[in-house]
Design a protein around this ligand. Sequence first.
Ligand code: F6R
Length: 643
Amino acid sequence: MCGIIGYIGGQPALEVALAGLRRLEYRGYDSAGVAVVVDGGLRTLRRAGKLANLEKALAESETSPQGTVGIGHTRWATHGGPTDGNAHPHTDCTGAIAVIHNGIIENFASLRAGLERDGHELVSETDTEVVAHLLEDELATVNASDGPAAAAGGAGAAGPGEEAAAAGASRLTEAFRRVCRRLEGAFTLVVVHRDHPDVVVGARRNSPLVVGVGAGEAFLASDVAAFIAHTRSAVEIGQDQIVEARRDGVTITDFAGNQVEGRPYHVGWDASAAEKGGHPYFMLKEISEQPAALADTLRGRLSGDAEIVLDEERLSAQDFRDVDKVFIVACGTAYHAGLIAKYAIEHWTRLPCEVEMASEFRYRDPVLDRSTLVIAISQSGETLDTLMAVKHAREQKARVLAICNTNGSTIPRESDAVLYTRCGPEVGVASTKTFLGQVAACLLVGLYLAQVRGVLYGDEVARYVEKLQAMPALVGETLATIEPMRALARTLADARAVLFLGRHVGYPVALEGALKLKELAYMHAEGFPAGELKHGPIALVEQGLPVVIVAPSPRGRSHLHSKIVSNIQEVRARGARTIVIAEEGDTVVEPYAEHLIRVPATPTLFAPLVTTLPLQVFACELALARGLDVDQPRNLAKSVTVE
Ligand code: F6R
């Protein structure tokens, strides 16, 4: 939700900000804006709609703002509609301060009332604008007192002019700290000031902020993608911390003003990974990257003697042996990965495993204790619902293992241990390759739990490991033969609705297929357990309704297979157009499938790694046939940092 970039250095700030926003637009695209510090002034431009509208306005303006300090924002609207006036940056009464924000300031109504009582004129409907006005007041207070100026460290051997500038910057930071202490809710804030051209200041609470450090320049951004073209040296900013970025480095303090160390890290991918690489949409590129993404998730986790190694975990094997119950918390697609994990974890470990939507978890007071393992799954590592579930679990003394795709993000930091999915950046709003990474990571955790608890014999684990290692190739095979699904999807662009049915691990796959279609094609789509259909939803079936059925393998679980064959017949009898996803060699389904999409045979629990692929392609192609933008579906944002 909302993409943020701040820059200070030697390059034109406007260009750096716009290039950063292009990479962050997946986070929100309701409006965009920039502010650049120019010769003792501040030039701000904001436009409703996608970034292209702002770029057009800049191209049409007589002079584009020149300066080497600036901020940029792309918005996913919360408070106030997507208008020019509500677009960020927001400014104070004097026009000296410009603020960009991601998150929600929960006490903004009372803060706004107080500011208005004091004579401030707020012109937007946003919660963000209060920050600019609070900062105006706090800065006036700090400037009027001697203390903070005296506290202006770091001027060192600088001359008098530089010393004064450093003192001014320090006052701005101190005033900003005071503002942050007054805010409730979740926020990443980045601020520039017309009179302090040597500093950009940022803060974070429950919302992402990373710092990029280059030669003579620094970047503050929601995501490393915003500055990856300039530097791969990043610094993590912790919870309730303020960063003061200057050309010669960054200083990090907590909200009380104590200096803290940021954790530096190297970004393991480069700018080309965040490009479309010849594909018209990121989503198409990310679908095609799935064999490599899956291989990357598995790489190094399966040791030569078939032992599972969770190399980034900070929990001991004994901790895993002590577990007596597993909860999985996640949202959306990640929740579906969790549902698949439940089948594997319960089957392999015999531990009870509950899967819960993170947004509901903490509100129903789940029974947690020291022996509970909570697995939090999140691509972004910033989903606020999941983050809050993690915090609740840890407060209740449960151990938390994060499965995450984004290094340096908040959820891994707040967890006891982390398993990164290493799928590379995912820019398309709909999760594709990271879903596969999440499922694979969950399978690894399941096997690891079974291994350390001694529930599976070594040779059994070895057999699973061997099959898991073969999965990236099978994913590649599935994608290579997926054209029939594409062609079929194009013929269904006018369908009114689509139902998805599955059983066992095919049920979460059906849910995922329906979610993809809803979010990309804006169509009514529902996923059901095939057996549940006759308890109500079958009333939806009418002549010509496309029904996608994810058939389980006929090998080994034939009782399940025969049941789904009956379910296919039930919907066919009521006029449905049946689209069956079935493994190679399953001839039994042939007479009942109007359209048969083949996937390679896999072990039962690994089937979602291939059966999901036709459903991703189906949703993507159908949305494209309807003329929609699959990378930026309406009303959505990639990283949901509000509850
Ligand atoms: C759907 C989708 C979302 C996310 C959900 C959780 O395609 O991408 O449903 O899965 O918002 O996001 P993360 O995994 O970042 O916590």
